[in-house]
Ligand binder design. Structure first.
Ligand SMILES: Nc1nc2c(c(=O)[nH]1)N[C@H]1C(S)=C(S)[C@@H](COP(=O)(O)OP(=O)(O)OC[C@H]3O[C@@H](n4cnc5c(=O)[nH]c(N)nc54)[C@H](O)[C@@H]3O)O[C@H]1N2
Ligand SMILES: Nc1nc2c(c(=O)[nH]1)N[C@H]1C(S)=C(S)[C@@H](COP(=O)(O)OP(=O)(O)OC[C@H]3O[C@@H](n4cnc5c(=O)[nH]c(N)nc54)[C@H](O)[C@@H]3O)O[C@H]1N2
Ligand SMILES: [Mo]
Length: 804
């Protein structure tokens, strides 16, 4: 086999630091991608795989959710997409022998990088209470055990079902049905930690929790503001779109505490020009904002526009404001009251510069604001995003070409999962439609989001946890609390492709259900199945993997969920149960209570169970799509609209017809008091972010090429003047200690040990370090107002010298 063996753990203090790069992508990126692909997959499989990424008859890249252009390149992938694919299509395997050789205690001693490097999971495994090793278990036994465990729980709200954003629409739709069939809305997902603030702010103000722009709008925009986002690493294909916009004359303003390489300069590997002439400068203006200062920036822009309107007129789109919005006067009043001094203090940017930025927005005929985690993971993220919307509304920049909001989503199907019902606060309309389709009654009480689920687990209120993908233990805040919380759960079950920390920090009993990934061929019922995903811009398309799966013993996510539904909800062969082909027919007979009691399982659940032909769904995913079509508006003619690589564009009121499904039917201006972080004396505000060599908790390698860091991840980037003031030298090894005032008023401390100090270009008082290593510092109760998202970009820390 032409692949390299996984590497061993390395000594993190050996990390090397060099100058950060100013140019992203280009030839080194392509070479690096090919090297990683080669190490994991060998040459032939690499070529076979990479040529199918994002092609019309190929599979959707499991990297990010950035959309593809209609006309595809031969190689429609980026360096980091290639790494994501290689990570999944690796030839390394984790099976029964691996688990026999490594005890659970030993595995706990390794980090997520080492665990992920071991390869693809190949067979179901169980860890019995008190056991030292996982042992193999047959599929049917494992699924029955899970179903029986769930059925024995009296209160369905004592179960939690997490979802990560790679799950297909088909699997996610069945999964939410399973959960609601059990009787709970406890469906926390990775979105709760990600774009929930965007969803909250946008739903309130424009009536849809999604972006309003298409790729074409990006190309057509006059001005693009990219705030709180590092596309060079996390959405590399977005750089091509920005480049295209620039070629048509657009201006780009990058807003970030860090001068990220991709935002400054981009070499497009798809065009010879990009490589030969040193690339395109992406950002015309780089605004090095104080962390958490973005609300101040957008208020400054709004204030400037309103002042200009008063002085000269013709700035505001009066017709739009009149016809489509409400709340304008209150907003104008609030912007009149906020002072320039406060705005300067919030942003760390001089008034003259803030006004220059305002002038750029004023001059732009169509503006798009793009953002990601730098805007969503703060305490005041929701008001910040409301102020982004305010600025766009002033000039009618929603619902027309080249203008709008563009929250750039993370996981490749996180948006689709929400569309098909992965949400702890489902709407009444959705539940009503679900009830009609499956002849049952879904629970109405809202469920737990991610942080609430952790609190419930911590307090012993959860008996069962299931993770549909993801790595709950490593991805969530307050690692020590989460690890303790997990251990209180009776049974934890993970449906996963790769080994991760959530498999080794478990409940009393634990089950791993290995599954197919995006790149794998999925043959069920003699036909090759395809699944669908939705990109960041609301376009749904099919994805079909072609590689031979890592083992013949792998079951797709869809099949796992369908079988669980069968075990829990089918009381057949009882003759009293109507054939499931009548699913959706309100006239059909519901099963009688006694019949189910006699079956000896799931009495409570099955007495109000959804009805469907579970086995048929498992072998023909188009039947699931038919259900989706009948439950969720916008999926009419689903099957034919995704044929031959076509995309189904979901309806979007604000984008399509300036229709705003808000409380008053208008796009809403809101008046939000200015908030920004106050950093106590001698402390720093730490943001936790991604390196260039990771996908969330999946660590590809220990380098962060663009930031000049190699061979280690335990670094903290600090302004050189702060290092001097705090009495440290570059290269010192320190502990990071976070400080949080708990609900009882006492200060709680959390510690992350052994980080190397790196002097870096970031505003005074701000610092940055990688996630997930620093999640231990993020207090569980430190969440964004309204959205409940952990404040991963704003943790108050002090640096502490180590004795050793
Ligand atoms: N290769 C790769 N691709 C990915 C991922 C990955 O891990 N690896 N993850 C995927 C997922 S799930 C997501 S959500 C996205 C994440 O994509 P990003 O949001 O780009 O990811 P982060 O690394 O969290 O970067 C946050 C950026 O915001 C900046 N920032 C931090 N605080 C502030 C602030 O207060 N104001 C402003 N203006 N900027 C700030 C940081 O300096 C950094 O540039 O990427 C997706 N794509
Ligand atoms: N401190 C801090 N914490 C954060 C963030 C931050 O910026 N800072 N970002 C947050 C964000 S934006 C997000 S989205 C979350 C991410 O949280 P998660 O989505 O929970 O984490 P991932 O690391 O993406 O999950 C990786 C695991 O998913 C499994 N997997 C991969 N592909 C598949 C598949 O096709 N099917 C199945 N069943 N399993 C699969 C593999 O086993 C792999 O180990 O983390 C959040 N946590
Ligand atoms: Mo995310």
């Amino acid at each position: 086999m032409a692949t390299k063996a996984p590497k061993n753990d390395i000594d993190e203090t050996r990390v090397r630091v060099s100058h950060p790069k100013e140019v992203a992508v280009g030839v080194p990126a392509v070479l690096h991608a090919l090297q990683i692909a080669h190490e994991q997959m060998g040459v032939v499989r690499s070529v076979q795989t990479l040529m199918r990424v994002n092609q019309k008859e190929g599979f959707d890249c499991p990297g990010c959710a950035w959309p593809e252009e209609d006309k595809r390149h031969v190689a429609e992938f980026c360096e980091n997409g290639a790494k994501a694919v290689a990570e999944e299509a690796t030839l390394r395997r984790v099976g029964a022998t691996f688990f026999a050789e490594h005890s659970i205690d030993e595995l706990r001693g390794h980090d997520d990088w080492w665990l992920g490097q071991q390869g693809r999971l190949t067979q179901p495994m169980i860890l019995e209470e008190g056991a030292t090793h996982y042992v193999p278990v047959e599929w049917d036994a494992a699924l029955r055990l899970v179903a029986d465990h769930i059925a024995a729980i009296d209160d369905p709200d004592e179960t939690v079902f997490y979802t990560s954003g790679r799950t297909s629409n088909e699997a996610a739709f069945l999964y939410q049905l399973l959960v609601r069939g059990i009787g709970t809305n406890n469906l926390p997902d990775c979105s709760n930690m990600c774009h929930e603030s965007s969803g909250s702010a946008l739903t309130e103000t424009i009536g849809i929790g999604k972006g309003t722009v298409s790729l074409e709008d990006i190309h057509q925009a006059d001005l693009l503001i990219v705030a709180g986002q590092n596309p060079g690493t996390n959405h590399p294909r977005m750089l091509s779109a920005l480049e295209k916009a620039k070629q048509r004359g657009a201006r780009v303003i990058a807003v970030n505490p860090l001068p990220e390489a991709g935002l400054l300069k981009f070499e497009n590997p798809q065009t010879a020009r990009g490589v030969a002439f040193g690339g395109t400068t992406i950002a015309d203006r780089f605004v090095q904002i104080r962390s958490g200062g973005d609300q101040g920036l957008f208020q400054a822009i709004g204030k400037h526009l309103l002042e200009a309107e008063e002085q000269e007129g013709g700035v505001i789109d009066r017709n739009f404001v009149e016809a489509f919005t409400s709340g304008f006067d209150a907003y104008r009043q609030a912007m009149a009251e906020v002072t320039w001094a406060e705005l300067v203090d919030a942003t760390g940017i001089q008034e003259a510069t803030l006004r220059e930025i305002g002038d750029e927005v004023l001059a732009s005929k169509s503006t798009i604001v793009c953002w990601a985690m730098g805007l969503t993971q703060h305490k005041h993220s929701v008001p910040t995003l409301r102020d982004v919307v305010n600025v766009l509304l002033l000039q009618g920049n929603i619902g027309r070409t080249g203008a709008g909001v563009c929250p750039v989503r993370g996981h490749s199907n996180v948006q689709g999962d929400r569309t098909v019902g992965i949400y702890e606060k489902p709407s009444a309309d959705f539940l009503d439609a679900l009830d009609r389709e499956f002849a049952f009654s879904a629970p109405r009480k809202h469920g737990f989001d991610t942080v609430e689920a952790i609190r419930a687990m911590r307090d012993g209120r959860v008996k069962f946890f299931m993770g549909m993908g993801g790595n709950f233990v490593s991805a969530t805040p307050d690692t020590a609390v989460v690890e303790a919380a997990m251990s209180r759960v009776d049974l934890t079950v993970h449906v996963s492709t790769k080994l991760n920390r959530s498999h080794v920090v478990t409940g009393r009993r634990a089950i791993i259900l290995p599954t197919l990934g995006r790149t794998d061929r999925d043959r069920r019922g003699d036909t090759e199945q395809r699944v669908t995903v939705e990109d960041s811009m609301g376009a749904v398309h099919a994805s079909r993997g072609r590689l031979a799966p890592p083992s013949n013993d792998l079951v797709s996510e869809v099949a796992i969920v369908a079988r669980l539904c069968g075990h829990l909800f089918d009381v057949a062969p009882s003759p009293r149960v109507a054939p499931a082909s009548h699913a959706g027919d309100p006239e059909r007979a519901l099963p009688e209570h006694g019949a189910i009691e006699n079956e000896g399982r799931a009495s409570r659940a099955a007495s109000n169970a959804p009805h469907a032909e579970w086995t048929a769904l498992e072998t023909d995913y188009s039947r699931i799509r038919s259900h989706i079509e009948r439950v969720i508006p916008g999926f009419e003619d689903f099957e034919s609209r995704i044929e031959k690589g076509r995309t189904l564009l979901l309806p979007n009121g604000p984008r399509d017809e300036r229709r705003f499904a808000t409380a008053d039917g208008m796009a809403r201006f809101t008046a939000n008091p200015l908030e920004y972080p106050v950093i106590p004396e001698g402390r720093l505000l730490l943001q936790t972010l991604r390196s260039h060599d990771q996908y969330n908790t999946t660590i590809y390698g220990k380098d962060d090429r663009y930031r000049g860091i190699s061979d280690g991840r335990r670094v903290v980037l600090v302004n050189a003047d702060d290092l001097v003031d705090l009495g440290f030298d570059e290269g010192d090894i320190i502990d990071l200690v976070s400080e949080w005032r708990g609900s009882d008023g006492a200060t709680e401390e959390r510690r992350a040990e052994k980080f190397r100090l790196v002097a870096y270009s970031t505003p005074r008082g701000n610092a940055a370090a990688y996630y997930p290593e620093t999640n231990v510092l993020v207090p569980l109760d430190s969440v964004a107002d309204v959205s409940g998202t952990p404040t991963s970009k704003a943790v108050i820390v002090r640096l502490e010298r180590r004795a050793d």
